[in-house]
Design a protein. Structure first.
Lengths: 179, 179, 179, 179
C-alpha cells in the first residue's frame, strides 16, 4: 500500500461521520462532463452514465464525486473519471483550476437548479476530454456517447437526475453550442 | 430573530464539531479581493486587512471565510464582506458563480502555494468591488487601500499570510495588470 | 472637441473603407448583456432592445458594437452601453478583461450559431449590470426588461436576431440559471 | 489546392491593404502559451520561441498570430501552433472559446502592459497543451522548454518582447502557480 493510499484511508470517513458532517457543512464535489474532441478541439460527443437510482429508477448522470481530505482537485478529477469510466479513459485533466461554473446542490428542491436530498454540496464543474477507452464501472449500467446536438434533446435532459441536465446544458453553452 | 438567523444558528458547528470535521473533510471557503473601481470599471485600489495573528504577529489578509451549511455562495460573499468591511461597504457581489481561481489550502506547507495550519480548505476566489464606506471590523486593526501597483510591492506581499500574497497577485493578473 | 474626440474621429473609417476592411479582416465587437441585479448580485432582469431591422422587420437585440482603433475594451463597453441605454445608465463595466464567451459571427449562416450578413465579426461577450436610468436611444424603438425566466421563453428568444438568442441563453447559463 | 487554401488566399491581404487596415481598425490576434502537462494535467514546462527581432535583437516570444478573415478561432489556434512548433506538435486546442485573458496591444507604449509598434491588436490568450514533437519553424532560432518556476525568472521574463513576459506570468497565475 502506497503512502498515498494510507493517506486516503486516513482521510475516509465512516458512514456515520459522513452523515454527521453532511448535517453541518457544505460538502465539496467535482462535477465532470466527459467529452470526446476532434483534432481541432471541437467537442463531438458527450459521455453520460446510466444508473439505477436508490429508489429503483433508471437515470442518467454526469461523472461526479466528493473531494477527499488532503486530496488535490486534479487528483479528485482523475480519480472520479477512472472510477466511472475506467482506468484506460486517459482523461485530460484541466491544467487550470478555474471551473466553468460552480453548482450549488441543496437538500431543499428549488433553492437552486441543483438538488441533492442527502446534503448541501458545492460542486466545481469542469469539461474533461477523454482520449482513451471508456467503459462503465461499478454500479453504472451503461455509458452512452451522444452528440452535443442530441445531448440537448429535452427527453434526454429529463433523464438526468439532480439537475445534471441543467449542468450539461450550461457546459454546452460554455463550449459555444446553440443551447 | 428571522427564520434565516434560526437557520444559520442550526447550521453552526460547535468548536469541537468543526475541529472534528476539519480532520476529515476539505472545508469550503470564499476568498475575496475587495477593490475600488472607477467609472470605467478600472481597479484603482485594493483593500487589505491588518490583523494580529494567533501567534502575535502583525499580518495582512484578504477578506476570507467559511461557507456555512445551507448558505448560498452569494450570501457567504455578502456576509464576509460585511463582517470584515462593515455594513455600509455596499459590495457588488459577482452575478456569476465562476470564480477567477480556486485556492487549495493544505495543512502541510508546500503542497500548493496556499497554507492553512488548521485545515484543508478549498476556497473560491472572487474580486468584489465595494462602493460604500468601509471600516475594519471586529479583530482587524486596520483596513488599508493600496493602488494595484503598490499592491505588487514584494514587501507588502510578504506581509500577507497563508498565501494571500500569491492570491492577490493572481487576482491582479486576472484583472489585466502587469504582475 | 476633446483630444479623445479628435482621436476617435481620426479612428473612424469612411463607409467605403469599412466595407473594404469587412471583406478582408475579422472585425472586433463587444456583445453586452445589460442586467439589473439585487443587493446579493442576483440578476433580476435582462434588458433587450427593440429595433426595426434594415429590411423592415421588428426584432430584439442585445447591446452590441464595434471596438474602434485605439479604443480600450472598457471604453468600448462604456460607449456602447451609453449609446444604446443612454448617458444615465451607470453601467458597472467588468473589472477583468476575461469575457464569459467569444461569439464568432460569420456571413455564411450555419458555420456557428452566430450570423452577420455584413461581415465576419468576433465578439467578446460580457454581462454588464446597470444601476441607473436606462432609456432607448437613437434608432431603438423600446427597451424592455424581462426576468431571467421570461428571457428563456422560446417566443422571445426567436425575436432576437443574428444569434443573440443563443448568446442570451449562454449568458444566463453562465449566470447559473436553469437554461 | 484545397477549397480551404483558396478561401485563405482570398482572405489574405496585400501588405499595403494590411498596413492600411492597421491604421484604422484593431486587429484580432490569438496569443498561445504552449505547455507540456503530466497525466494529472499539471503543467511541467512552458515553450518559448527564440527569434531575431526586426531590429536585430535576440528575443523570446510566445506563439502568436493574426486571425484571418473567415477563419474560426480554433483553426487560427491550430494554424499558429503548427506554424511555430511544427506539424507534429499535436496541440490540444481548447474546447471552449473563453480565453483566460484578453491582451490589448497598443502602438503607444504604456497604455496597457502590451505594446505592438505596428498596430492596435486585441489578442485572445489561451494555454495550449501540446502532446507531440515540437521543433522551431521558419524564422525561429530555437524553441526552449522551461519549468513554470524557471519561467518566472526575471531575467527570462525580460527577454520576452511586446509584453509577452506579462502575458506569460498572467498565464502562470491562471494555472495556479505562485507568481
Amino acid at each position: 500500500m502506497s503512502p498515498l493510499d494510507l493517506d486516503r484511508d486516513a482521510a475516509w470517513l465512516s458512514r456515520e461521520d459522513l452523515d454527521a458532517a453532511r448535517d453541518k457543512l457544505p460538502i465539496l464535489y467535482v462535477d465532470l462532463v466527459p467529452v470526446r474532441v476532434d483534432d481541432r478541439g471541437q467537442v463531438i460527443a458527450v459521455g453520460l452514465l446510466l444508473r439505477v437510482s436508490e429508489d429503483g429508477h433508471i437515470m442518467r448522470e454526469l461523472v461526479s464525486g466528493r473531494v477527499l481530505h488532503h486530496e488535490r482537485l486534479r487528483d479528485a478529477i482523475l480519480r472520479h473519471v477512472e472510477k466511472d469510466l475506467g482506468p484506460m479513459a486517459l482523461p485530460r485533466v484541466p491544467a487550470a483550476p478555474q471551473p466553468f461554473t460552480v453548482a450549488e446542490y441543496f437538500p431543499t428542491p428549488g433553492v437552486t437548479p441543483f438538488h441533492d436530498p442527502r446534503q448541501h454540496a458545492v460542486s466545481l464543474a469542469y469539461v474533461v476530454p477523454v482520449a482513451g477507452d471508456c467503459a462503465p464501472q461499478q454500479d453504472a449500467l451503461d455509458l452512452t456517447w451522444v452528440t452535443p446536438n442530441d445531448a440537448l434533446d429535452p427527453l434526454l435532459i429529463a433523464e438526468l437526475a439532480r439537475g445534471h441536465g441543467v449542468l450539461l446544458r450550461q457546459a454546452l453553452a460554455h463550449l459555444g453550442f446553440a443551447i
